[in-house]
Design a protein around this ligand. Structure first.
Ligand SMILES: NC(=O)C1=CN([C@@H]2O[C@H](COP(=O)(O)OP(=O)(O)OC[C@H]3O[C@@H](n4cnc5c(N)ncnc54)[C@H](O)[C@@H]3O)[C@@H](O)[C@H]2O)C=CC1
Ligand SMILES: O=C(O)[C@H]1O[C@H](OP(=O)(O)OP(=O)(O)OC[C@H]2O[C@@H](n3ccc(=O)[nH]c3=O)[C@H](O)[C@@H]2O)[C@H](O)[C@@H](O)[C@@H]1O
Length: 457
């Protein structure tokens, strides 16, 4: 089949390369010529394991092309995927201007019957909106259909998620149109559900909001655990073994970030409110998520002795919103580092791949080449993103190079007893803070907090 994908972000790029890998002829279009030039030279605009090789293979086989020429790509396509951004507006509603522009571009190029597929995450009713935009702007009275086919991939595992999705949702105006999409997805041999367009649009938001609610629930339970002397990691393990609950998305931590959960929960809340429903449950999910990093920041202040952090150095481990991505959108490191700097601390940070994306936000902090460089001389080490390489750090080595043996773990990646045995004061999420074991003197460097004199400016 001839396919055009509009937008080369995570979703457009991965959709395009997967469909070309399945034997279709795909043109991925973007209005940013720098992105298209880069892609034509094999430079990926996003970090995604396996993507570069898969793109190179399909380009070499002649099935995948990148272009800025939307009209040419749409003209020869039978199916057009719209995979452009749908950013949030100030009031939580969704900015559909990119979708509208893409739909206008499709309308202008409409030369024969096509299926227009909304892959972007869009509020219920957008299928009708896209249909209207195309009807108004088409130059010829050519027929077309609009389908909703929401995307459920996660950054960092986007290719596997697309090749082996839990389900494929196709919201179509009738079965004939649905069959076109079924045919396209058939080689994946995964469960498919066919619905009307509005229901498919709702499935996407309801799924993201439910997952976000699971996370906020776990975080709320964690906050009680801290007071009650329980351990949230054990609590959610016990909960998750109930097959009706499931273990996924119950990890307590700093709350959810990224380009989707925060925006999609606010968007669904906005949609609900426009229909006259206040959605208190979703409001609580969002509020809990906003409170979670604030609680952690208070812990950092308490452990370091107050709100004045001048003269203290804090090492931050992890910058990206989650491991295996360099995406900094709504990353919790932004809240933590902004606060540390505002309180006068010196910040040293390390992330395996997100440093380049962070430099423009925090140009004046020090970036280490690894976790130990960041820990050297630090009065506290703060874990913000749970990269695997942080899970196996050598505590003896850390203890010998840090100014103070203090770890604040926002992702519960360490066993409290192990950290404690190594002479560290350890604070995590939803677990009781144990006093550190006192090591024989001389075993490691002094553990007492050492505030330096405030440097004059
Ligand atoms: N990033 C993710 O993991 C997921 C994102 N989604 C949804 O998919 C949609 C796209 O997300 P991302 O891929 O992250 O977007 P993105 O914002 O990273 O990329 C969108 C691309 O579309 C291009 N574009 C915008 N308007 C255009 C036009 N008229 N013609 C040609 N190109 C145009 C932009 O230049 C940009 O390169 C959003 O609605 C998002 O909520 C859904 C599932 C996962
Ligand atoms: O609509 C989207 O864009 C996508 O949003 C999420 O994918 P993604 O944002 O890539 O990342 P997740 O792995 O879902 O993590 C989101 C956030 O939740 C946090 N999280 C996740 C799981 C958990 O147990 N606890 C927790 O705090 C992560 O640290 C991260 O900040 C969904 O998982 C995808 O299914 C969806 O397609």
């Amino acid at each position: 089949m001839n396919i055009c994908v509009i937008g080369t972000g995570y979703v457009g790029l991965v959709t395009g390369v997967v469909f070309s890998d399945l034997g279709n002829d795909v043109v991925c279009v973007d209005k940013l010529s720098a992105k298209i030039d880069g892609l034509n030279k094999g430079v990926m605009p996003i970090y995604e394991p396996g993507l570069e090789e898969m793109v190179a293979r399909n380009v070499a086989d002649g099935r995948l092309q990148f272009s800025t020429d939307l009209e040419a790509a749409v003209t020869k396509a039978e199916v057009v995927f719209i995979a452009v951004g749908t950013p949030p507006r100030e009031d939580g509603s969704t900015d559909l201007s990119y979708v509208e522009d893409a739909a206008k571009g499709v309308a202008r190029a409409l030369n024969s019957y096509k299926v227009i597929v909304n892959k972007s995450t869009v509020p219920v009713g957008t299928g009708d909106f896209v249909r209207q935009v195309i009807m108004t702007n088409r130059r010829r009275a050519v027929d077309f259909d609009v389908v909703s086919n929401p995307e459920f991939l996660r950054e960092g595992s986007a290719i596997t998620d697309t090749l082996v999705p839990d389900r494929i949702v196709i919201g179509a105006p009738n079965r004939v149109v649905a069959m076109r999409l079924l045919e396209l997805y058939a080689p994946l041999e995964r469960p498919m559900i066919i619905t009307d367009v509005a229901s498919a649009e709702m499935i996407k938001y309801a799924s993201n909001a439910f997952l976000a609610t699971k996370i906020s629930f776990a975080n709320a339970v964690a906050n009680i655990c801290e007071e009650a002397g329980a351990d949230v990691t054990q609590v959610v393990k016990g909960m998750g073994l109930d097959s009706r609950i499931g273990a996924a998305f119950l990890s307590a931590g700093l709350g959810y970030g990224g380009s989707c959960f925060p925006k999609d929960t606010r968007s669904l809340l906005h949609t609900a409110q426009t229909f006259g429903y206040d959605f208190p449950l979703l409001k609580a999910t969002i509020e809990t998520n906003e409170e979670q990093p604030r609680r952690f920041i208070r812990k950092i202040h308490d452990a370091l002795g107050g709100d004045d952090l001048k003269g203290l150095t804090v090492g931050v481990l992890g910058l990206a919103f989650k491991p295996n991505t360099d995406d900094m959108r709504e990353a919790k490191s932004l809240d933590v580092i902004t606060d540390l700097l505002a309180c006068g601390a010196t910040v040293k940070a390390y992330d395996p791949i997100a440093i380049e994306n962070t430099r423009s936000v925090f140009p004046h902090i020090t970036y280490g080449a690894n976790a130990y460089e960041v820990a050297a001389g630090a009065d506290a080490l703060v874990v913000v993103t749970e990269w695997n390489e942080f899970k196996t750090l050598n505590f003896e080595r850390l203890a010998s190079i840090m100014n103070r043996r203090l770890i604040l773990d926002g992702r519960n990646i360490y066993d409290p007893e192990t950290v404690r045995r190594n002479g560290f004061e350890y604070h995590s999420i939803g677990r009781v803070t144990l006093a550190p074991v006192t090591l024989p003197s001389g075993a490691v460097k002094a553990a007492a907090p050492q505030k330096e004199a405030v440097p004059s400016v």
